[in-house]
Design a binder for this molecule. Sequence first.
Ligand SMILES: C[S@@+](CC[C@H](N)C(=O)[O-])C[C@H]1O[C@@H](n2cnc3c(N)ncnc32)[C@H](O)[C@@H]1O
Length: 259
Amino acid sequence: MVAEPYRVEFISAGPGDPDLLTVAGARRLAHCRAVLAPAQFQSSFAPLLRGKVLESPFPLCHAEVVEWVERHLTTAPVAFLIPGDFSVFNPFQSFAAHFGTRCRITPGVGSQAAAAAVLGRAFDLPHVAHTTVLASPRAFTRPDAPLRLGDYARPGNTLILFMNDRPLDELVAELRRGFGRDTPIAILERLACPDQRVTRGTLDTIVDVVGNRDPYDIAQEGAEPRLALTVVSDALEGEEPPEWWDQRVRKLWRPRGMR
Ligand SMILES: C[S@@+](CC[C@H](N)C(=O)[O-])C[C@H]1O[C@@H](n2cnc3c(N)ncnc32)[C@H](O)[C@@H]1O
């Protein structure tokens, strides 16, 4: 009988707090002896990584990562610990393609889910916001980008911005192309980390509220990029009337016999 080859596990680690790793993620991680993890996760997940061979993938080129994985895969499963969830702004996709049927992907808590939890808000609110756009301002600076970030800035949309590289005043000016001045905005730094920080305002006030701070660390060349997520939406302030629950009961759930 031929032994099953060991798996390459792509484990979504969540936004930073190991408590937000899923039960499946923790179980699969426990079986791996070698783990590729960003330096930040190597320290925050230290108790779960004890005794394992660790490497950060970011200083390595593609072929070196593949070689590292193959070398350790001869004796046990190998894990990639993915920040947030695998589905969003994931630089490891080419490795999943490379390892193909040998890999298994474990979903997890994306930073936008952690943001909703911290803000106490769902991003959709009937008649207020019905579409959530996950975007990175970086993608719109390319000369061949067919759309501008401001094209998504419109009432009815919740914009969640990853990896912002624009100074806050420029970002706000772009968002004001479509959003009103009173549109709520929240900047969430290092979600689910011990030094988490949340700054809230409107598009009119946020630049003053933030003041001289640089929540995105744009000016800091060579430093670890700051983990910061920006959420812009009328849903951050709007309220859902309790009658809407009753409407759903009457129109949707009772007629379908939903339990
Ligand atoms: C390469 S993307 C990875 C996104 C990740 N796959 C996810 O599901 O959240 C990195 C960006 O995600 C956001 N991010 C990830 N973790 C975060 C955290 N703990 N707090 C705030 N933003 C975070 C930041 O915008 C950061 O620049």
